[in-house]
Design a binder for this molecule. Sequence first.
Ligand code: AKG
Ligand code: FE2
Length: 460
Amino acid sequence: MSQTVSSDVLQPLTDAIVDKPPYVSGTLSLPLDCFNLFYKTGNGANYLNFTTATEAELAELAAACEAATFGRNKEDVLDESYRRAGKMDVDQFSNPIVPERTPLMQAIRNELLEGDHSARPIRLELYKLNVYSEGSFFKPHVDTPRSGAMFGSLVLVFPTQHEGGGLILRHGGKEWTVDLAKEFSQLPACSIGFIAFYSDVEHEVSLVRSGHRVTLTYNLYFEDITVEDEDANVDAELISTIVPNEPTFSETLKEMLSDPTFLPNGGLLGFGLRHKYPVRWSLDDVHKLLKGSDAVVWRAVEKLSLEPALYFCYEDWYPYPETVLFFNIPGIIEEETNIDEQSIISRIKEVGPTIVIERDSPSSSPSSESGQQKEPVVPVSWVTPLTQFTAFRGTYIEYGNQAEHQIFYAEVCLIARVPSFEERQRIRKDGELTKGEEEEEEAQEEEEGVEDGGHGGEDE
Ligand SMILES: O=C(O)CCC(=O)C(=O)O
Ligand SMILES: [Fe+2]
């Protein structure tokens, strides 16, 4: 099973993985009362409507806010050189917008989730109201994952006059800017701006040069994440959009597998994933969170019986350079907050299991001298490169929008096991045989009028 395949051969597969931007934005017209805001003040309550709010009303709202904090190194901090904005917690205000009852949901489903995932049940949680007045900004960060099921954030921007305050999004070496302030001047007063993006997208709010930018932020969760069978809860009535690259990817992979010269003795195919994912201590359920093209790859590989699995990938240097895959983080990280990367790696090796995919050791390496058996190397052919090794204490935990101890974003890779050509043919024949046998059995049952333990007719 220790074969690899050249990148030229894999190129058609790599090319079939096409990506959409990791966000969706736009404007939406809503009924006038959706622009009402009621909020607490020191001595009572106040009211305004964002379509008619005056400068004085907005300044009053800004004054009723507290200074917004953000998460840095596991603590919520107030640092106006990193984030200057006002915030109001959800128990301090009321606004009648229910995003679930607007076309926003369809936009999130179709543009952000794609394909089969667009029909998954999702839940929105109102998180904060923020006011970015003149001189406000929020420097680059990723939003803190509040549970393993969180997949993104939604920002609604009210149509108040302001200049600046564009949202800059960065992902996979690309950058986009969404400046809704410019759009409002050309739209009816009852328009709201929205931006929804995946959780691992770095973003920043640029300096507001004048006016007030008022937003509602929401956390987006997959609702079926604790369900054993991920597809069981899917709302079948929603029409899922077709992902253009999914059939191409599947077909290309299928063709490769039917070629006797493609990994004739079997081997591992690797996919560096495009998104980072929130993890606690294991990757067991993370496949249910896969987004965009990452989800496409998983589904296609799974359908072709290549046993997809997710792994962390790290690079070790002692006693010789090695690249290693594993899927559980040992408890040591939970217990000790100031642990260094090398100690984590040593601990991972101790507790295992790990797969060594690369080793650069001289023939007389320390461990062979000491007579210790080295683990065999199982090489991986990378379809999409692994862009980064797993970093346990990276910038991703250092700057969030809230301090959070339990979960961090990790670089993850997907490994598919390609059986030998002989095995592939056997599986294919078995599949056909089983299907043929099932059909035969069904026909016989129908003839005999047999019902299958109360489930008869379920498939019709
Ligand atoms: O206001 C925005 O557009 C984004 C705000 C943000 O990044 C946050 O609250 O975490
Ligand atoms: Fe944010």
